[in-house]
Structures are given as C-alpha cells and as structure tokens.
Design a protein around this ligand. Structure first.
Ligand code: MN
Length: 216
C-alpha cells in the first residue's frame, strides 16, 4: 500500500476531557483509516502516482487523472489533514502561543484572544463539514480560512500552518450540536511546539510543499 495510517502519537484517551476516547478511536481508526484505504484504492488505478506524497497529489489536482480526481481530493485531503491534526494536538497542550507563530498572530490579529475569536467564528460559520485554518500566504503573512469537506489550503497555494476539524465526527459524541463549545475547548490541546515547527517550515520560504512535512 502506498499510503499508511500513522499511529496516534499518544493514547486514545490522552486528550480527555477535551476530546473523549471514543471520538478519538473512531476518528483515527475508522475515519482517517477509511481515507487512507480509499486513497490507496484510487491510486491503484494509476500506479505511476504512487511515488508522490499525499501533499503532492492534492497540491495540483488538475494534474490528477479525472477518473480519480474526486477520490484524491477527498481522501488525499483527508489523509493529509488528519496526519497534521493528530500531531498538532497533545495532552496538556494549550496556553498562549509561544515562539514565532505567536509573534505572527500578534502582528496580524493584534492579540491571541482576538485571533481565537476570529478563528472560532470561522469554524462555526463553516456550513456543514470542513476545516478552519491558520494558513500562510506567499510573502509570509498569515490568514484564517475555512475549507469545505477535506479540502486543504495547499490546493489554493496556501500553507496549512494548523487547522481544526469541524466535521461532526470530530466532536458530536461529546459536544452534540454545540460546535462553538468544541472550538473553544480545543485550544486546551493544541501543541504549539508542533505548530511552530510547521510555521518555521512555511517561513523557510520553499513554497507550500515542504519535504519536512511530506509523508506517505
Ligand atoms: Mn476528521
């Protein structure tokens, strides 16, 4: 298989009480697992693509054969998004953003609280399933965007510094329909060290695709 489900970097229950064990188990094993399985099934039809990283696949969807383009968009995006998602969270995370990403947030949004409010608001307003992101623009500035389904900022030429999953499968068991409550609580598990590593990759200026972030 060309693409593999990465193991969770912590126990399924490690993010409680913010994210419950059952949600993490289903989300990682079943949802992310299915994206990987379906991406592999699509790529089997075009094995010449199997040497590409998942980021490379979704960076230029027009280069993907039409018969698997939708499958790669959804499942390649799902694989890239969730691989990031597990890593940018950790037990006992949270706090104010330190390091260069904290400086970039202050520069663009004034202060962390205002940034959080705008980020959460974008997450609440994303209709249906999707993601809310801090994305890097060419030139080095950052912005908040939301994307539908499993679309990733890479496809728009932006760098995904970090994102939060606002699909119902990410929060519904514990928070039911209360997405704003999930978005507010989620900041308590963010891993700012990992976010800073991604921010540094973005600032190194090699455009969106970074070998350091590439994975299979
Ligand atoms: Mn998800």
């Amino acid at each position: 298989m060309a693409y593999e489900l990465p193991p969770l970097p912590y126990d399924y229950a490690a993010l409680e009480p913010v994210i419950d064990k059952q949600t993490m188990t289903l989300h990682h094993d079943m949802h992310h697992g299915a994206y990987v399985k379906n991406l592999n099934a699509a790529i089997e039809k075009h094995p010449e693509l199997s040497s590409k990283s998942a980021e490379d696949l979704i960076r230029d969807l027009n280069a993907i054969p039409e018969d698997i383009r939708g499958a790669v968009r959804n499942n390649g995006g799902g694989h890239v998004n969730h691989t990031m998602f597990w890593k940018i969270m950790k037990p006992k995370g949270g706090g104010d953003p330190n390091g260069p990403v904290g400086d970039a947030i202050k520069k663009t949004f004034g202060n962390f609280k205002d940034f959080q409010t705008k980020f959460n608001d974008a997450g609440v307003k994303q209709f249906g399933s999707g993601w809310v992101w801090l994305a890097g623009k060419s030139g080095g500035d950052v912005q908040i965007i939301s994307t539908p389904n499993q679309d990733n900022p890479i496809t728009q030429g932006l760098f995904p510094i970090f994102g939060n999953d606002v699909w119902e499968h990410a929060y519904y068991l514990k928070y039911n329909n209360r997405r704003p409550e999930y978005l507010a609580a989620w900041w308590n598990v963010i891993n700012w060290d990992e976010v800073n590593a991604r921010f540094e990759a973005f600032k190194s200026g090699k455009s969106v695709q970074e070998p350091a972030l590439a994975h299979r």
